[in-house]
Every structure is written in structure tokens, then in C-alpha cells.
Design a protein around this ligand. Structure first.
Ligand code: AMP
Ligand code: ZN
Length: 102
């Protein structure tokens, strides 16, 4: 999607450092961290949120990316957050999984 910030980041348009990247996903640091370690796991394809995600393989890929990124930054213990819909606090309308750790 042309006007989507996470599509642009995933396309490398801003030169964002990727903590982890594979064919389907990128992981980068949240610009406004709410925990000592705060990463975002983002599919390269534009999907608005979890409700719109029908690709089961991509669901699995996203969780694999969570594990790999966490391992890469040395996080054994962390929590995940997936804000789905405006009322739940979703501000960026491109699916992302927050990884929050210490
Ligand atoms: P959400 O409220 O779940 O939609 O979370 C969106 C998250 O994206 C927030 O934690 C923001 O700090 C983060 N964010 C927004 N723009 C950027 C950006 N350009 N680079 C990194 N993180 C961003
Ligand atoms: Zn997008």
C-alpha cells in the first residue's frame, strides 16, 4: 500500500535497521519504546490487522520471526502485544506484533 508507513519501512525506503529479516517479515525497533527492548514484527505484505490475516502460513512465519528476533537480541523472556482495531489502540493500520522485554 503506497501510503502505509510500515509498507515503506518494510520496503527499505527509510533505511531502517532490521533486527531480523526473512522472505516474509521484517523486525525493527519501535521508535517510541514502551519497554527496555521493544521490537515490532511486521509482514512485508500489507495486511491491516489480525482480523484481516487469512494466510495461515504467514501467521506461523510471524511467530517464527518473533522467536528468531528475540533470540538474536538475547531475550529469553518477553511478552507480545497485537493491537487489533482502533478501539484497542491500533494506530498503525499494518499488522504488527510488539515484542516487549527487559
Ligand atoms: P499500535 O498502537 O499497535 O498501532 O503501535 C504502533 C507502534 O508503531 C507504536 O508503538 C509506535 O511507536 C510505532 N511506530 C510508529 N511509527 C514508527 C516508525 N516510523 N518506526 C518505528 N516504530 C514506529
Ligand atoms: Zn502496509
Amino acid at each position: 500500500m503506497t501510503d502505509c508507513i510500515f509498507c515503506k519501512i518494510a520496503n527499505g525506503e527509510f533505511g531502517t535497521e532490521f533486527i531480523y529479516e526473512d522472505e516474509k517479515t521484517v523486525v525493527f525497533k519501535d521508535i517510541n519504546p514502551k519497554a527496555p527492548v521493544h521490537l515490532l514484527v511486521v509482514p512485508k505484505v500489507h495486511v491491516e490487522n489480525l482480523n484481516e490475516l487469512e494466510d495461515r502460513e504467514l501467521m506461523a512465519d510471524l511467530l517464527c520471526a518473533v522467536k528468531k528476533a528475540a533470540k538474536k537480541v538475547g531475550l529469553n523472556s518477553y511478552r507480545l502485544q497485537v493491537n487489533t482495531g482502533k478501539e484497542a489502540g491500533q494506530e498503525v493500520m499494518h499488522l504488527h506484533i510488539h515484542i516487549l522485554g527487559k
